[in-house]
Design a protein. Structure first.
Length: 412
């Protein structure tokens, strides 16, 4: 078989693409992974910052860790799993002057989530903000928290989609980095880096995948691009697939950005403690002090706040964080912290956001996005998962499923 012809091309070397490639490696099929970046992992990215600390600029928590396949994967790689509970699940982890109001907030967000859970299956889909209690003082902070886990404000999010999400409530971490564990799946796999796919021509008997380095022919392709990349590249498929692009438009990527700062006097804060910048407004960040015992602060910005800060750059994110932190702990706090690393996922052209949410009325688009086309174009990624969306393990499971479907189709 010529070098530029394959049974399967996998587009993207994130969690979904690497899962698909891992499964294809056991089939005997000739396959190749095409990755636009110069590294594997996609929106999972562990990097080393000053001080020798490995930090996750993308996904960092093993959600549903008691059933998450990446726990076993990371352990097989020799990585350490930290099972200490996350700060958002411990009232005692809250620090700062707003601590006294956290009990009322916890009760209010609990009532909100209960209303989401009892949404009747046959009820019309609505935006999640319709389920907030009128005049509840905690509503701004409930909305802020939505931007952390969905990347968007409640008014933009489908309640039907949110109720479908499955999570066991068990959250662990990989001490060496979640992104590092995901990226390591690429070891030994045929991956071609710095090779973005420009178009997939399906007009012939074989697929023609056009890249910056030339065209490659294949019998099937597994596309794992983020939903916003699909939505903003309507000419990716030839002939066009307008239904697929519409499904991607129904599932935009929310935004969650992280800023890591050095905490120069770390012992003043308990390990894995947390504070909200403000409790009376939506545009606020969450601050995780001494994650995994390290002398760091992980600032977490979401939704419209993250978008506005990202447009102005890392300095704007640090200035905002410094303003909130000095408001909480006094002007002297300014000399106790300095910025280390920030990454903006919206302006990252190969991501264009962090993880997907469904617009009101768009929950069914996840299944439509995952549907194969002509039994030779297959789709995977977190946005394709009906119940595990926005997670790396959801992307992984969809990648395995897409590889199985492609292998079966080629066998027939």
């Amino acid at each position: 078989m010529p070098h530029d012809e394959y049974d399967v091309i996998v587009v993207g070397a994130g969690a979904a693409g690497l899962a698909a490639a891992t499964r294809l490696a056991s089939t005997g099929l000739r396959f190749l992974v095409l990755e636009a970046r110069d590294r594997p992992g996609g929106r999972a990215w562990t990097c080393e910052i000053e001080g020798g600390h490995s930090v996750d600029l993308g996904c960092g928590w093993l959600h549903s860790a008691d059933r998450n396949p990446f726990v076993a994967i990371a352990e097989r790689q020799g990585r350490a799993i930290d099972k200490s509970p996350p700060p958002w699940g411990r009232a005692a982890a809250q620090v700062g002057p707003n601590q006294a109001r956290m009990v009322a907030f916890g009760e209010a967000i609990g009532r909100f989530r209960a209303r989401v859970e009892v949404l009747p299956p046959d009820a019309a889909d609505i935006a999640c903000d319709a389920l907030l209690e009128p005049d509840e003082p905690s509503n701004p902070l409930i909305d802020a928290v939505s931007t952390y886990y969905s990347g968007a404000e409640l008014a933009k999010i489908s309640a039907r989609d949110l109720v479908l999400y499955e999570d066991s409530g068990v959250n662990w971490r990989v001490r060496e980095g979640y992104g590092a564990a995901i990226a390591a799946l690429a070891d030994g796999l045929p991956v071609r880096y710095c090779c973005p796919v420009r178009a997939i021509d399906r007009s012939g008997t074989s697929l023609r995948v056009e890249t910056g380095a030339g065209a490659i022919r294949c019998r099937a392709a597994i596309v794992t691009l983020p939903s916003d990349v699909l939505a903003q590249t309507p000419d990716l498929f030839r002939p066009a697939l307008p239904d697929k692009i519409q499904s991607a438009l129904d599932l935009p990527l929310g935004l969650a950005d992280k800023l890591y700062m050095e905490l120069l006097e770390p012992l003043d804060f308990p390990e894995d403690s947390r504070a909200f910048g403000a409790i009376d407004r939506r545009a606020t960040a969450a601050y995780h002090f001494r994650p995994l015992g390290r002398p760091l602060i992980e600032a977490y910005f979401g939704g419209e706040l993250a978008d506005s800060l990202e447009l102005c750059g890392a300095a704007a994110a640090f200035d905002f964080a410094l303003g909130e932190l000095t408001g909480l702990f006094g002007a002297d706090f300014r000399r106790r912290v300095r910025p280390l690393r920030f990454h903006g996922w919206r302006t990252d052209v190969f991501a264009r956001g962090s993880y997907s949410y469904a617009r009101p009325g768009g929950a069914a688009s996840r299944a439509r996005l995952a549907e194969s086309v002509e039994n030779r174009l297959f789709f995977a990624g977190e946005a394709c998962s009906r119940k595990l969306y926005s997670t790396a393990h959801g992307a992984y499971e969809m990648g395995l499923s897409a590889a199985d479907a492609a292998a079966l189709a080629l066998a027939r």
